[in-house]
Design a protein around this ligand. Structure first.
Ligand code: CA
Length: 315
């Protein structure tokens, strides 16, 4: 099977992340799935944006001064959808205002907006009917525990919206992803969701998430996961070991262990302008992951590069 191309936040190597233009471009470049990160607004609407904060990708601080929390951050949860729709989106910056990916074009302004989950699902329907090829969606439930503490059940909102657009069955073109293992168990076993589910796997020192990621990557952890989810989304660096002595990479065994449990493997994130240690170019990383490890798909900021690699391989 050809590995699937998942457009990470859209074709965000080319256009500002999670904007409709970035999603349409990803479709045109041949992405098989478009990713949506989902966060709730004050009026319990869903928006497509990567963080629970708005300040790294929009002009919220300039437009709504005084609306930050004591930590200085502007939370999507403190704004109504109507307010958020007026913001302009720009290329991602860090806490000092420096572009996170300095080689990318500093695009922004009024052509780039935040949009609702429903609006993106409409676009996906439009692309399918006008573009001539199928495309799936890959929504992520962001920080469900944080949202619950804020008084909103993010998961239920997401499942309701998916249901309204006809995404209900296991064979439907959707993978639902989350870093929170307990929430995925709830989705499958309490809420009875039949969609394909993906456990994202990070590193335990990244943030205070409730999931023990290290324990998920061994045989026992994967065996347990397979009772709930259909696949895993590991950090790409977890696929291999890097030998300090000569900088050579070797298989960590994670992909094979996951396959032994019947789990699909969709690692993140393949970026030609931010390569993991041990790789000199994106082609080498894709060749290793696809040819040697047999991954089932990949998250990438550059769906065009992945599509070209796969064309050359089959052609
Ligand atoms: Ca994501």
């Amino acid at each position: 099977m050809r590995p699937v191309i998942i457009a990470h936040r859209g074709a965000c190597g080319h256009l500002p992340e999670h904007t409709l233009p970035a999603k349409a471009l990803a479709y045109a470049m041949g992405a098989d799935y478009l990713e949506q990160d989902l966060v709730a607004t004050r009026d319990d609407e869903l928006i497509v944006t990567h963080d629970i904060h708005l300040d790294r990708v929009t002009d919220v601080a300039r437009r709504f001064p005084g609306r930050a929390r004591p930590d200085g951050r502007y939370y999507a949860r403190d704004f109504d959808l109507e307010e958020i729709l007026t913001l302009a989106v720009h290329e991602r910056v860090d806490g000092r205002g420096q572009q996170v990916f300095p080689q990318r074009q500093a695009l922004g302004g009024r052509d780039f907006r935040v949009h609702s989950f429903a609006r993106e699902l409409e676009l996906v329907d439009e692309l399918r009917s006008s573009g001539g090829h199928e495309v799936g969606i890959y929504p992520e439930i962001k920080e469900p525990g944080w949202h619950r503490a804020e008084g909103v059940d993010l998961t239920r909102l997401v499942l309701d919206t998916l249901g309204q657009f006809g995404y209900v069955g296991h064979a439907d073109p959707v993978y639902l992803q989350c870093f929170d293992e307990a929430e995925l168990r709830r989705i499958r076993h309490e809420l009875g969701c039949r969609l394909k589910l993906v456990q994202l796997i990070g590193e335990d020192d990244w943030s205070p998430l409730p999931t023990n990621f290290r324990g998920l990557r061994n045989k026992r952890g994967l065996e347990k996961l397979a009772r709930t989810v259909d696949g895993i989304g590991p950090w790409v660096n977890q696929l291999y070991r890097l030998r300090k002595r000569d900088g050579r990479v070797s298989d960590s065994g994670l992909v094979a262990r996951a396959h032994d449990q019947g789990l699909t493997v969709h690692p993140y994130t393949f970026r030609s302008d931010a390569l993991p240690a041990g790789f000199d170019d994106i082609g080498e990383l894709m060749r290793f992951s696809i040819e040697e490890l047999a991954i089932d798909g990949l998250f990438t900021d550059f769906p065009d590069v992945a599509a070209q690699f796969l064309r050359q391989r089959t052609g």
